[in-house]
Design a protein around this ligand. Structure first.
Ligand code: ATP
Ligand code: MG
Length: 322
């Protein structure tokens, strides 16, 4: 795998092995260390604090609400706001962010998790700025990641989080175990819904499912494909009422995105609409939301977390309860 890096070049000699070495944190849990190791660990001081990027999971109950459209557009908007941003296509097995970003990866998360390439090799820089960790599409094996796959995925996220400002995790719809685990491990969950009742009911189902496992989960709501201005906020009010009454969760409103034909007409493989038409109604809406997101999420800059509370550790911790 020397040389060619998902359409880019890397310094010669940087092999998959070197990449693995640079990510030397163990993917094994405490069990992998054996009894002696665990006893020793108890005596050692806690691991050093980490600088970690803010992680945002982009999720929905119902499929096709516009998560990937929002995630790719938001990645561009955050890049413009000078946040080092990586978009991770975590729609396991049905990834499509590369098509929306106008890039053609030859390597994906699949090869990364199978140890066939390094993180640096699989990351692809899009012409509009942010980097993408592309996912595999139409690969059944990736649609149901194993526990080992997920722990390797968590390790790579930990490595990415150490050098970026923001990680955006574009998820598949619904509550598959890998999707819920990623939501539980992220700092924030952006739920993308639509104003109609079916989408709101499914959004509530996700909130309930996640809140039962993590009562401190932080949800932000985006209402997409709004036909009449203001309907997004009305939909949010309905959702937030139910969520606070039934599961005691506070939601925050990020905003609404208008329904706009030019999104549908935009051809796959081109640059995102927000890059080519920053003044389009949907582009203006996402730009405003990215600014609001920066405010709500404490600047979307890296912050210090205890060494045993980084994103990799959170994946390990939450998987025990799945
Ligand atoms: N604001 C909008 N106006 C018009 N069409 C939109 C808008 N947002 C998304 N769409 C269209 O809706 C469809 C679904 O969008 P997208 O793929 O982003 O949804 P998704 O939630 O990621 O789907 P999945 O659950 O399959 O991952 C696409 O054809 C997209 O062009
Ligand atoms: Mg999608």
């Amino acid at each position: 795998m020397d040389g060619a890096v998902n359409g880019q070049q890397t310094s010669k000699g940087q092999s998959a092995k070197t990449g693995a070495a640079s990510t030397s944190r163990s993917a094994l849990g405490p069990r992998g260390k054996g009894l002696f190791g665990r006893l020793l660990q108890g005596l050692r001081s806690p691991p050093a604090a980490l600088q970690e990027a803010a992680s945002i999971a982009i999720a929905s109950g119902k499929g096709g609400t516009g998560k990937s459209f929002f995630a790719t557009s938001l990645a561009v908007a955050l890049h413009r706001s000078e946040r080092r941003t990586v978009l991770v296509d975590a729609d396991f097995g049905l990834a499509c962010d590369h098509l929306l970003m106008g890039v053609k990866p030859t390597l994906t998360l699949q090869q990364l998790l199978q140890g066939q390439c390094t993180l640096e090799q699989v990351l692809i820089k899009s012409p509009c700025g942010p980097r993408l960790l592309p996912g595999a599409s139409g690969v059944r094996r990736m649609a149901t990641p194993t526990d080992k796959d997920l722990m390797l995925f968590a390790r790579e996220l930990g490595v990415l989080a150490a050098s970026e400002d923001t990680l955006l995790l574009d998820l598949g719809a619904g509550i598959a175990p890998a999707t819920v685990l990623t939501m539980l491990s992220a700092d924030w969950i952006v739920l993308v819904t639509q104003p109609e009742i079916a989408a709101l009911v499914d959004a509530y189902a996700v909130i309930k499912c996640v809140a039962q496992l993590k009562s401190s989960a932080k949800f932000l709501i985006v209402v997409n494909r709004v036909g009449t201005p203001g309907r997004g906020e009305m939909a949010f009010q309905r959702l937030t009422e139910v969520a606070s009454q039934k599961v005691g969760v506070e939601l925050r409103y990020l905003g609404e995105i208008p329904d706009d034909d030019s999104v549908m007409q935009h051809r796959l493989g081109q640059l995102p609409l927000i890059a080519t038409e920053p003044d389009a109604p949907t582009s203006l809406a996402v730009t405003a939301m990215s600014e609001r997101l920066i405010q709500i999420c404490g600047g979307l800059m890296p912050r210090t977390v205890p060494g045993d509370e980084g994103i990799q550790a959170r994946f390990r911790q939450h998987r025990l309860f799945m």
